[in-house]
Ligand binder design. Structure first.
Ligand SMILES: [Zn+2]
Length: 171
């Protein structure tokens, strides 16, 4: 888990994949008989690991990169073999973001997802969804575009301080 905490989300690099809540399970098991061509001599030799992740949404383009980074990180730490499996059930929701993740998003200038998921479940971009400005905390904000720099974010503008900002959409 410590090693996984060092892996940033490629789309929101201020968050690591543990903050994001996409790591469902990590299983470490002894593999005395397995021989690897790339042996990194660490105290983890003889241990294999399986990591189960749930993508934030189906078709998220960052998933392949996350899987490759997990492979590389754990292999170079001495684990072999390293297997990364994805499971789509139960589906990831923004409620799986840790409290720490919400704070990091806000500090980075991205409004964290509205915790009232029932409000934004069916129609993600409803006007009445109270998105507060990460700069001045005003809820007097409007959506500029349903998509921001990545598909998981929307662009908003604060009507009080005029700051444009990204909103990490609920889903
Ligand atoms: Zn503001």
């Amino acid at each position: 888990m410590k090693l996984l905490e060092g892996i940033p989300d490629p789309e929101v690099p201020v968050l690591n994949i543990i903050d994001l809540g996409i790591v469902r399970d990590v299983r470490v098991y002894p593999t005395p008989e397995v021989e690897s061509n790339f042996v990194f001599h660490t105290d983890r030799n003889g241990l294999g690991v399986t990591v189960i992740i749930t993508p934030t949404y189906v078709g998220c383009p960052a998933v392949d990169m996350i899987k490759a980074t997990i492979q590389m990180t754990l292999t170079s730490a001495g684990y072999y073999p390293v297997e990364v499996r994805t499971t789509l059930f139960p589906a990831w929701t923004t409620e799986w973001l840790s409290e720490e993740a919400r704070g990091k998003l806000e500090a980075f200038g991205i409004a964290p997802p509205n915790p009232v998921s029932s409000v934004c479940h069916l129609e993600p971009f409803q006007r009445e969804e109270a998105v507060s400005c990460p700069r001045c905390r005003s809820c007097h904000t409007e959506m500029i575009s349903p998509f921001g720099s990545t598909a998981c974010k929307a662009m908003y503008r604060c009507l009080d301080c005029q700051e444009p900002f990204d909103y990490f959409k609920c889903h």
